[in-house]
Design a protein around this ligand. Structure first.
Ligand code: TRP
Length: 447
């Protein structure tokens, strides 16, 4: 029987939803571009290590306290002994994730426009096709709003019939389509150079400390950590689930898709370069991230003729669904708070809170030059690492160790004597907080 606050119905559904949250623009766009910028395989190596050393312990901490309290970030800190002082951090999480959703939906709106573009071209509506991808204010607001409304509708559907259902459909589709596209892109002229850059480390760049810090930031954003998204999903799992195993699966899916995305985007960039699109500036640095996704790939697709229309349609469809399974996990955090703590109906909560952040996203879209990058910096570079650090402190130092163990034992009775229980708490107490602090201070310096 499912509890009134909703529950994932199967292990598969949960893994798809949590992997769906983790896998998003951060993996499919952020990871490949950062890799290309930071010496290829060297960056990949650090990203992998840091995901396991920092990301995985924090992910598991979120799952565990969320399921223990069966609540949202605010309710979780309210319910667990010693958590009272941490409640403001819960609220900060609700707002942070709402603002992340507000800018994420703008970018996802552009992707939605690029998805509609080949459809319009196919029916011969060329000037409309040009207009939708022009990224002018009207089209930005229009497509951002379409994406936002889709997000709200799925969240209104609830856990089983909304989030789980759509994630379970979208995630396997995403994987299959990515593999098909990789198979196609590596056959293009020039693509093999990209494969080489991706898989062979450039040791000159490995020596750059910036690389390690970027890799840590990437690991952190990619696993959706800090703001309580994974905590809320953890709260919807059954007590019979083995959280350690689920956390491992989700982490492996996240890394796996990032890796495949690299195999897609980096060769595609080099193929685009071979086809005459500029991808490097005069100093040999990659042109900016925004330009890459919205100029280089469409240029590559254009150069492919009719096949390009189909490939472009598939590619942007894939980006939109990856973004959608992430955006629903964002909206779910404040919605869970309204449902758990304020007794609001899910529908009303999703519409009110979704509506609020939708307006915020329109305000950002109308003031792109002043607000957009500031909101991204504040939420992802400041708020997220601080909140992640606070979770480490709470679970590592404040929360009763026996309670933690008891929670993990449900669904995993053997865990008490395992090596895992000797290592994980130490990571949460010492290793992860120190590394998060380093990232935070670094981003503070580079503000
Ligand atoms: N992890 C997602 C990505 O890689 C984005 C995401 C989803 C996220 N939920 C989040 C980021 C919560 C920060 C916080 O695109």
């Amino acid at each position: 029987m499912s509890s009134p606050r909703g529950e994932f119905s199967s292990t598969f559904g949960f893994v798809m939803a949590a992997a769906g949250s983790a896998i998003g623009l951060g993996n499919i766009w952020g990871f490949p571009t950062q890799t290309a910028q930071n010496g290829g395989a060297a960056f990949v190596l650090f990203y992998l290590i840091l995901t396991f050393v920092v990301g995985y312990p924090v992910l598991l901490a979120e799952f565990t306290i969320g399921r223990h309290a069966k609540s949202n970030p605010v309710g979780t800190y309210q319910k667990i002994d010693g958590g009272k002082n941490f409640v403001p951090a819960g609220f900060l999480g609700l707002f942070t994730v709402g603002f992340i959703l507000s800018f994420y939906s703008i970018v996802a709106g552009w992707l939605t426009a690029f998805f509609v573009h080949p459809l319009l071209k196919m029916i011969g509506a060329d000037s409309a096709a040009q207009w939708v991808v022009s990224q002018n204010t009207t089209s930005t607001v229009l497509f951002g709003s379409i994406f936002f409304i889709l997000t709200i509708l799925i969240v209104v559907g609830g856990i089983k019939n909304g989030i789980e259902k759509w994630s379970s459909r979208f995630m396997p589709t995403l994987l299959i389509m990515m593999l098909v596209l990789v198979g196609y892109v590596v056959t293009l002229p020039g693509a093999m150079e990209g494969v080489r850059v991706y898989l062979l480390p450039d040791f000159d760049k490995t020596m750059n400390p910036q690389l390690i810090l970027s890799a840590l930031g990437q690991a952190f954003f990619s696993l959706s950590l800090g703001v309580g998204g994974m905590l809320v999903y953890g709260s919807y799992t059954k007590k019979s689930e083995n959280l350690v195993r689920l956390g491992t699966l989700v982490t492996l899916c996240d890394i796996g898709v990032a890796f495949i995305a690299g195999m897609l985007i980096i060769p595609a960039m080099y193929a685009a370069s071979a086809a005459g699109t500029e991808i490097f500036d005069a100093n040999g640095n990659l042109i900016s991230e925004g330009n890459l996704i919205f100029q280089v790939l469409p240029a590559l697709f254009d150069s492919m003729g009719t096949a390009g229309i189909v490939v472009s349609f598939l590619f942007f469809f894939l980006m939109v669904i990856a973004a959608l399974t992430s955006s629903i996990s964002m909206l779910e955090v404040p919605v869970a708070y309204a449902v758990d703590n304020r007794n609001m109906s899910r529908k009303k909560a999703a519409m009110l809170i979704g509506g609020f952040f939708w307006i915020v996203s329109i305000i950002i879209a109308l003031n792109m030059s002043t607000l957009f990058s500031g909101v991204i910096t504040l939420t992802t570079k400041y708020s997220q690492p601080i909140l992640g650090l606070i979770i480490c402190i709470f679970v590592g130092w404040v929360m009763n160790r026996n309670k933690l163990l008891e929670e993990l034992k449900q669904g995993n009775p053997e865990i008490g004597n395992s090596l895992f229980m000797k290592i994980w708490p130490f990571f949460l107490k010492v290793v992860s907080p120190i590394l998060i602090l380093i990232v935070f201070l670094q981003s503070f310096i580079s503000w």
